[in-house]
Design a protein around this ligand. Structure first.
Ligand code: ADP
Ligand code: MG
Ligand code: MG
Ligand code: MG
Ligand code: MG
Ligand code: MG
Length: 628
């Protein structure tokens, strides 16, 4: 996150008093950046990915795979190594960052990739290097893996190394000990801000996947299966403010269930603000599609679920709206009724393209009229002003006492404070002050994949999509309400093969026949095309590559990744979610009762590691594509 990490954060009760102060100065800071950089032009395409990893500690004797809480130690060593490299005048190829949970680490390329097609081929190599580098600092029994979430996260037996008990004062979770949260004060304060602001505990209910022998779920089982209670009566007695757990659902009670998930992100620099605004909109439409294509989260707290993606949980966990803001009580202390979570699809499109019709912006999300007016009065156009004043309906979650007062011309911390805690599917990033970095777009919703080949393929696919959007002036616009509808379908079990998604029938022209501008298509149709009716995104990319002057080797290599994406989209190979679900359901010790036992989890994690290392083939997942 781009805001301060040093200093002394105020406790929530005091911090919230400064919300208007931070917002006012945040807007001044935005205006200052905007005025300095709105005319920047001809910035190169630069881009980079972000991968979040988790570290596993095996206990082979008891056949248990746990999350290792040794991350701060490992991170320290990795960052030291980077420091040494830089000191020696060399370029560090990787940059490492802490994350929300104490078992997570984020790795990004040390410097962003450049604007040649050949540079795309560096991404998988760099991802490999990240694993190899991190592995040097692991214990014998540890390994670094990329899974969206840990299947037995929050189960009542040992899932952490070292073990800690739940019911801590910070998370107040019946399932997770406080020690799962990154001990850095920034993460602790954000967690605290989210909880305190909301006023009630996080409650997430995920529909359980009913298998052949799943017990009639589930209150009756509470005593018989203390490990797998869905409704935690202990928790509800201790924390009466938490909302009801639903029957037949997997119940989660802490922000870390969402914040502790790992993801795959891509950031792209545009040549100017106009292009960045265009990309923001077009990628926002692709969010739900890419989520369903990368689905990899079928298990929650040791149970198979009806969901395949983390996004629903993430969105619920970051939802710090008060009851008034959620429209459950009349407005008294708060200012707005807000119709979306802080972590959600975008609320407003922002481009200046004539293809953006005003009726597409139909989210009806509230925005701060005073801030809007101030932005307009200072030369920002209405469309961008609405976006920024929507982001700024939120309170800062973390306020540092020692940096409350800053020069708005030379600091952007208050702006970044609000900006970087709006966790939308896409983020529009202004240039940092005093840097040579341009306007960027961050695509944030993809699920991390088991292998680097897959992760690289999705990153490359996204970059190539931005190239065809710009080269062919593609138009993916559908109303925001339809993006929302797509999102609500995207995380359902096997959405890739069973759901249809709103998409434009003609992505080249600006159709005026409003009635049939959009239709529902399968992801296969969207990606691979539909006879004469729809060309398919991959085919447009192939056409683009054909028009570019690239060497055969690069081209063949890129085509491998694209071929893989095409197969994934067609359902010929499985998503990680389906693969994991099938692994569990065909495990000899699975009792067809929806429960992912410690032993199944152990075998699953081992298998994931072996696939990632290329030691075992998983043709259902990878066909015969080779790990580089
Ligand atoms: P955040 O966590 O706020 O999203 P990070 O710094 O972790 O930000 O990640 C930023 C990503 O942007 C990395 O992949 C990095 O390589 C990439 N990046 C850095 N500089 C640029 C740039 N000028 N243009 C595009 N991408 C960039
Ligand atoms: Mg970050
Ligand atoms: Mg990051
Ligand atoms: Mg991250
Ligand atoms: Mg709780
Ligand atoms: Mg990021």
């Amino acid at each position: 996150m781009g805001f301060l990490t040093e200093g002394k954060p105020l406790p929530w009760e005091q911090a919230k008093k400064y919300a208007d102060h931070i917002r006012n100065h945040g807007i001044n800071q935005f205006l200052s950046i905007y005025n300095k950089t709105k005319d920047r032009d001809k910035d190169y395409l630069l881009w980079g990915d972000e991968i979040e990893y988790m570290v596993i500690a095996y206990d082979d004797e008891s056949k248990n795979a746990k999350l290792s809480l040794r991350i701060s130690d490992i991170l320290h060593k990795l960052q030291k190594e980077v420091e040494e490299t830089v000191k020696n005048g060399e370029v560090a190829e990787i940059s490492w960052h802490p994350e929300f949970a104490a078992y997570m680490i984020e790795g990004i390329p040390g410097i962003p990739y450049g604007n040649t097609l050949k540079s795309l081929l560096r991404v998988e190599q760099n991802m490999k290097l990240r694993r190899a580098t991190a592995s040097k600092h692991l214990n014998q029994n540890e390994s670094i893996i990329t899974l969206s979430n840990f299947p037995r996260f929050g189960c009542s037996d040992q899932f952490l190394e070292p073990h800690h008990e739940p019911f801590g004062p910070k998370l107040k979770s019946a399932f997770l000990p406080d020690e799962v949260l990154n001990p850095h004060i920034k993460h602790q304060t954000v967690n605290d801000g989210l909880r305190s602001r909301r006023g009630t505990d996080v409650t997430v209910n995920i529909p359980i996947f009913h298998d052949k022998k799943s017990p009639n779920l589930f209150p009756e089982c509470e005593k018989a299966l203390p490990d797998h209670i869905y409704l935690d009566s202990i928790s509800q007695n201790l924390f009466p403010e938490c909302e009801k757990a639903l029957p037949d659902h997997i119940y989660l009670d802490s922000i870390v269930f969402g914040g502790g998930c790992c993801c795959l992100q891509v950031t792209i620099q545009a040549c100017n603000i106009r292009e960045a605004r265009k990309l923001y909109d077009q990628l926002a439409v692709l969010g739900p599609i890419m989520l369903a294509l990368t689905a990899s989260t079928p298990i929650w707290r040791g149970h198979l679920s009806e969901m395949d993606c983390r996004w629903f949980v993430l969105s619920k966990c970051a939802d710090e709206r008060t009851k008034e803001e959620r429209g459950l009580e009349p407005l008294k202390n708060d200012r707005f009724v807000i119709n979306r979570s802080r972590c959600d699809t975008i609320a407003y499109y922002i481009s200046l393209d004539k293809t953006l019709k005003s009726e597409y912006n139909d989210s009806n999300s509230v925005y701060d009229r005073n801030i809007y007016q101030k932005l307009i009065d200072n030369g920002v156009d209405e469309i961008l002003a609405r976006h920024v004043s929507y982001l700024f309906i939120r309170d800062p979650l973390i306020v540092y006492e020692d940096s409350l007062y800053q020069d708005d011309e030379s600091s952007s911390h208050h702006f970044e404070n609000i900006q970087s805690t709006n966790w939308q599917t896409v983020r529009f990033k202004p240039p940092p002050l005093n840097s040579n970095i341009g306007w960027r777009i961050e695509f944030r919703c993809m699920e991390v994949q088991i292998t680097d080949f897959e992760n690289a393929a999705f990153v490359i696919f996204m970059i190539l999509l931005t190239r065809i959007i710009l080269s062919y002036d593609l138009n993916f616009y559908i109303p925001i309400s339809k993006v929302d509808e797509n999102m609500a379908n995207a995380y359902k079990r096997d959405a890739l093969n069973t759901e249809k998604f709103w998409f434009r029938r003609n992505i080249f022209a600006n159709y005026d026949g409003v009635e049939d501008e959009f239709e529902k298509m399968t992801i296969n149709e969207i990606v691979n095309g539909k006879s004469n009716e729809f060309p398919g995104l991959i085919n447009i990319i192939f056409q683009y590559l054909e028009s570019m002057n690239i060497d055969i080797e690069t081209r063949n290599h890129l085509e491998k990744y694209l071929e893989f994406i095409g197969m994934r989209a067609s359902g010929k190979i499985q998503t990680a979610a389906t693969w994991i679900r099938n692994f569990v359901r065909s495990h000899p010790n699975y009792k067809h009762d929806s429960i992912v036992s410690q032993e199944i989890n152990y075998d699953l994690i081992k298998m994931v590691e072996e696939i990632q290392k290329g030691q075992i083939k998983a043709p259902e997942l990878l066909s015969d594509f080779k790990i580089q």
